[in-house]
Write a protein that binds this ligand. Structure first.
Ligand SMILES: *Cc1c(COP(=O)(O)O)cnc(C)c1O
Length: 377
C-alpha cells in the first residue's frame, strides 16, 4: 500500500508556467517580477494592504517582532498550543514568552485569559512588548476581544496565520487584523512554495522597513552602506512563481480540505468518544487539517493507539501540537492556564488531510479507525 501523508504538496500545473517565465528571463535570484506579482496577488486574495514575500513564515515572524520593538528582557504573550516557530523568534530577539492557554470553542488563544494577563501586567507597571496570537489548523482565533484587549493597553498584536490562509473571521482574512500578520508556504501548508512566507501589514513604513531588513539592511546608496543589522530573508523569484500557481487555486484547496473533513465527520462522528475540532461561529475553518479528540474510556483505545494502527498501515497521522509550556526548551517560562491545551495534546490526533487525498485513501483511514474501535470494545 502506498503511503498516505498527512498534508502533502498539491501542484496545480500553473506553477511550471511561471517558473518557465523565470528561466526564460534568466531572473534566477531573490527578488524579481514573480516576487512583485506574488505580493500583489497575495494582497488581492487576502485583503492585506501591503505584503512582503520572505524565505519562511519564521523569518516573517522574526521581522514582525523586531519591528514591534521586542528586544532583550521584553515579554511577549503567545498562544501555548502551537508550533515552536511561533515562539523561537521571540528568543532570537532576547525577549521571553509567556504562554496563554486555549479556549475550547476554537482551540485558539483564550481572550479572557489574555485580557486578565494584560490587566495584571498593567497593574504591575510593565506591559508586554507584543502579543502573538496563533490561528491554528485553519481556524481564526476570536479576534474581536483579543484586539480590544490589545488596544486597551496599546500593545501591538501580531497574528501567526501560518496555518490559516483561506480562513475567515467575520468575512475577512485572519492575519490582516493586527499590526502585522504572517503566513507560511512550507511544504505541508495549504499552499506551498516548498518553503516561503509572507509578512503583511496596513502600515507601509512597517513593510518598507521589513523589506530593507530582509535584504541585508542596505541603505539607499550606490555602494554598500549599512546603518543597522539585516538578514537574508527574501524569497527566490523561482519560488514566487510556484507561489503564484498555488495561490490561483487556493479556494479549490480549501473546498477539498473541507470535503475531507465532511467525509471524516460523516463516517466517524457516530463513534463514542470521538469529537472533532469545532468550527467557531465567527468564520470559516479551512480544515487545513482534520483534527479530532479521542476519549479512550469511551472509544476503547487512546489517540496513540489509533496513530500507531494507522502507521502500521503506512498512513501518517500526528498528535496535536505539544503545547509550548510543556516543551523542555521553554520550561523556564510562565504559563497562564494550560490545562485546555494539555488535554487537547493528550487526546488530539490530526488525520491525513491533503487536498489530493482520494476517496480510497479516506476510506482506508476510516476503516482502520473503525476496526480499532470494534476491537477495543
Ligand atoms: C508552519 C508554521 C510556522 C512556520 O512557518 P515556516 O514557513 O515553516 O517557517 C509558524 N507558525 C505556525 C503555527 C506554523 O504552523
Amino acid at each position: 500500500m502506498s503511503r498516505i501523508y498527512l498534508s502533502p504538496p498539491h501542484m496545480s500545473g500553473l506553477e511550471q508556467q511561471y517558473v518557465q517565465e523565470v528561466f526564460a528571463s534568466n531572473w534566477i535570484a531573490p527578488l524579481g517580477p514573480q516576487v512583485d506579482a506574488f505580493e500583489q496577488e497575495f494582497c488581492a486574495v487576502t485583503g492585506a494592504r501591503y505584503a512582503l514575500a520572505l524565505s519562511s513564515g519564521t523569518a516573517a515572524l522574526h521581522l514582525a517582532l523586531r519591528l514591534s520593538g521586542v528586544g532583550p528582557g521584553d515579554e511577549v504573550l503567545v498562544s501555548t498550543l502551537t508550533f515552536s516557530a511561533s515562539v523561537n523568534p521571540i528568543i532570537y530577539e532576547g525577549g521571553y514568552p509567556t504562554f496563554i492557554d486555549s479556549e475550547p470553542v476554537s482551540w485558539n488563544m483564550d481572550p479572557d485569559l489574555l485580557a486578565e494577563t494584560l490587566a495584571a501586567r498593567a497593574r504591575a507597571g510593565k506591559l508586554p512588548k507584543s502579543v502573538v496570537v496563533v490561528h491554528l489548523y485553519g481556524q481564526s482565533a476570536n479576534l474581536e476581544p483579543i484586539m480590544a484587549a490589545c488596544q486597551r493597553y496599546d500593545v501591538p498584536l501580531i497574528e501567526d496565520a501560518a496555518e490559516a490562509l483561506g480562513a475567515t473571521y467575520q468575512g475577512k482574512t485572519p492575519g490582516t487584523f493586527g499590526k502585522a500578520g504572517i503566513f507560511s508556504f512550507n511544504g505541508n501548508k495549504i499552499i506551498t512554495t516548498s518553503g516561503g512566507g509572507m509578512l503583511v501589514s496596513d502600515d507601509k513604513a512597517f513593510i518598507d522597513h521589513a523589506r530593507k531588513l530582509a535584504t541585508q539592511a542596505r541603505d539607499p546608496a550606490p555602494h554598500y552602506e549599512h546603518s543597522e543589522i539585516g538578514y537574508n530573508y527574501r524569497l527566490s523569484n523561482i519560488l514566487a512563481g510556484v507561489g503564484r500557481g498555488q495561490l490561483a487555486v487556493l479556494e479549490q484547496r480549501v473546498q477539498a480540505r473541507r470535503a475531507n473533513f465532511a467525509y471524516y465527520a460523516a463516517m466517524l462522528g457516530d463513534l463514542p468518544g470521538i469529537c472533532f475540532m469545532p468550527e467557531a461561529p465567527w468564520g470559516r475553518h479551512t480544515r487545513w487539517l482534520t483534527v479530532l479528540t479521542i476519549d479512550p474510556a469511551q472509544f476503547g483505545a487512546d489517540r496513540e493507539a489509533v496513530r500507531l494502527a494507522l502507521e502500521a498501515e503506512n498512513i501518517e497521522a500526528r498528535p496535536v501540537w505539544k503545547p509550548m509550556h510543556l516543551q523542555p526548551v521553554f520550561a523556564a517560562y510562565e504559563a497562564v492556564g494550560g490545562q485546555v491545551a494539555a488535554s487537547l495534546f493528550r487526546d488530539g490526533l490530526c488525520l491525513p488531510s491533503g487536498s489530493s487525498l482520494t476517496d480510497a485513501d479516506r476510506a482506508r483511514v476510516v476503516q482502520i479507525v473503525r476496526a480499532l474501535h470494534e476491537k477495543g470494545t
